[in-house]
Design a protein around this ligand. Structure first.
Ligand code: NOJ
Ligand code: MG
Length: 535
């Protein structure tokens, strides 16, 4: 291994791939993906060049929010398999020198979790204070104006005990009271349970939600509310999220993680950059990777992206390792958002920026959001807010493996429908096609993993205009120039300060690979290039 790599850890150098377990591979013919299914596809992920596999929740759950409502943290939902299947998965992941990251959902449990069952059983139950119970206002209304992400008030009235409980998400997802040391202790033990088993890290669900204002102050109105968004955004979550004390909790979680060898913690955090970076924690003793969602939140515009990249690079604390995300199970897929040709450019951006890249299963094929007819909608966010089309189902459809019936995902009817074009867009047809998106992803991943400059090297912005972004990556003697045209029109880039010369290592236009570059660089519409610079 090169000298420059020695101080970097696997989660800094490697690529993370998100598996939505219901939709990756079914092994038992019930139309729902499962653990044995994932295990059977590990060779594909290895072939692709993935290091870390993040699997969304696989624990017992009534599935009101497809596993993000957990009723038992320390076992496996029978739908996904048994503990032996989990152990086998972990073993096979490690046998391939890959890592397994589990989803930890500490902010809320299912209302069917025994902790909540006890808590709601009476006002003087010892677990009453494990959740957020409050009296009604004198007129019977909820304690404050806080809204649920999935629609309506975040407070649910409990008739038998005559109090409200708080749920940031579904009514079946009551929020835990993280100010209670017993709750802290119980959840840190959940972490230890899986770390003892050998899992390599956690993606921590809604980390910035974990502590709420103790005085329960009303949230202010959002002056920039856009009626197409979730009604939740009518208010700014000033008092219901991102409270200063959350960092003490994150620190405790980090201490547990750090008591094991080379484990890591990713925080799911939707906040502006200045607040996001606080989750690295004092002295970097917070989350190893507070998820950076800039690429999935910003308009696909060269200038906006370039300034966001600079802002993020500039805001990172010393020693804080960057990361980038293209899509996930809560957001529209990248190919639907920017179109197929720009999705290639997006992949090049993701895989050449400085920091750990995370992408979502099927992005590498150009899978798109699949229109789900209203009668087939399953996502609570879609069902609870039916007047807006906010269901997340379209981005959660089965992985498209081949051109057989049900795309090789299952032998039965899949839990969500496949798109009409799955016989063309699938792993099998793309695997041997040098022009496919899958081949393009794999090639980029390879180059990135072979070249320290791209994997862990320094980043320097070079140029931006209304069409293109250019930057360099450098380590030791090696240097790469990346130029991305974020529009459909051709453009050119005339470096003012430095005459770059080199050879195109990868282009979104295959024919251009190997072409020498010097002076003014012309790009086709939707072209991105990685240039190996002459030293
Ligand atoms: C974030 C998860 O990504 C999302 O799918 C879920 O609905 C909420 N957290 C609630 O757990
Ligand atoms: Mg199954």
């Amino acid at each position: 291994m090169e000298k420059t790599t020695s101080k970097h850890l696997w989660w800094q150098e490697g690529i993370i791939y998100q598996v939505y377990p219901r939709s990756f591979q079914d092994s038992d013919g019930d139309g729902i993906g499962d653990l044995r299914g994932i295990t059977s596809r590990l060779d594909y992920l290895k072939w692709l060049g993935i290091k870390g596999i993040w699997v969304s929740p696989i624990f017992p759950s009534p599935m009101a929010d497809f596993g993000y409502d957990i009723s038992d943290y320390c076992t496996i939902h029978p739908l996904f398999g048994a503990m032996q299947d989990f152990d086998a998965l972990l073993h096979e992941v490690h046998a391939r020198d890959m890592k397994l990251i589990l989803d930890l959902v500490p902010n809320h449990t299912s209302d069917e979790h025994p902790w909540f069952q006890e808590s709601r059983s009476s006002r003087d139950n010892p677990k009453r204070n494990w959740y957020l119970w409050h009296d009604a206002k004198p007129d019977g209304s909820p304690p404050n104006n806080w809204l649920s992400v999935f629609g309506g008030s975040a407070w649910e009235w409990d008739e038998p005990t005559q109090q409200y409980y708080y749920h940031a998400f579904h009514t079946k997802q009551p929020d835990l009271n993280w100010r209670n040391p017993e709750v802290q202790h119980a959840m840190l033990n959940v972490m230890r349970f899986w770390l003892d088993k050998g899992v390599d890290g956690f993606r921590v669900d809604v980390m910035w939600h974990m502590i709420k204002d103790e005085q329960l102050r009303d949230n202010p109105a959002n002056p920039n509310y856009n009626p197409l968004e979730l009604p939740y955004r009518q208010l700014l979550p000033t008092y219901s999220t991102d409270q200063p004390e959350v960092h003490d909790i994150v620190k405790m979680m980090r201490q547990v993680t750090d008591s094991y060898h080379e484990r890591m913690m990713i925080g799911e955090i939707y906040l502006p950059v200045s607040k996001l970076v606080a989750y690295y924690g004092a002295d970097n003793k917070g989350a190893h990777l507070p998820f950076n969602f800039l690429l999935l939140a910003l308009p696909w515009d060269a200038q906006q992206l370039a300034s966001a990249i600079s802002e993020y690079e500039g805001a990172l604390p010393p020693g804080g390792w960057p990361n980038w995300v293209l899509s996930n199970h809560d957001k529209p897929r990248i190919t639907s958002r920017v179109g197929k040709s720009q999705a290639n450019v997006a992949a090049m951006l993701l895989l050449t920026l400085r920091g750990t890249p995370t992408f979502y299963y099927g992005d590498e094929l150009g899978m798109r959001d699949v229109p789900i007819p209203p009668e087939e909608v399953q996502d609570p966010q879609g069902l609870n807010i039916p007047d807006k089309y906010l269901s997340r189902d379209p981005a959660r459809t089965p992985m498209q493996w081949d051109d057989s019936d049900h795309a090789g995902f299952t032998v039965a009817k899949p839990w969500l429908r496949l798109p009409e074009n799955f016989r063309k867009v699938n792993v099998k047809t793309q695997q041997d096609d040098p022009y496919s998106m899958l081949s393009f992803y794999r090639k980029l991943i390879r180059l990135r993993q072979e070249e320290p400059a791209l994997r862990i090297g320094d980043y320097a912005p070079v140029y931006t205009d209304s069409q293109a972004i250019a930057y360099t990556r450098e380590a030791g003697e090696k240097r790469f120039l990346i130029v991305l045209n974020l529009t459909h029109r051709p453009c050119y880039f005339n470096p003012e300060h430095e005459a770059f010369s080199g050879t195109i290592a990868i282009s979104t236009y295959l024919e251009r690979e190997g072409t020498p570059i010097s002076g003014t660089i012309s790009l086709s519409g939707d072209e991105g290039i990685v240039v190996r610079l002459a030293s």
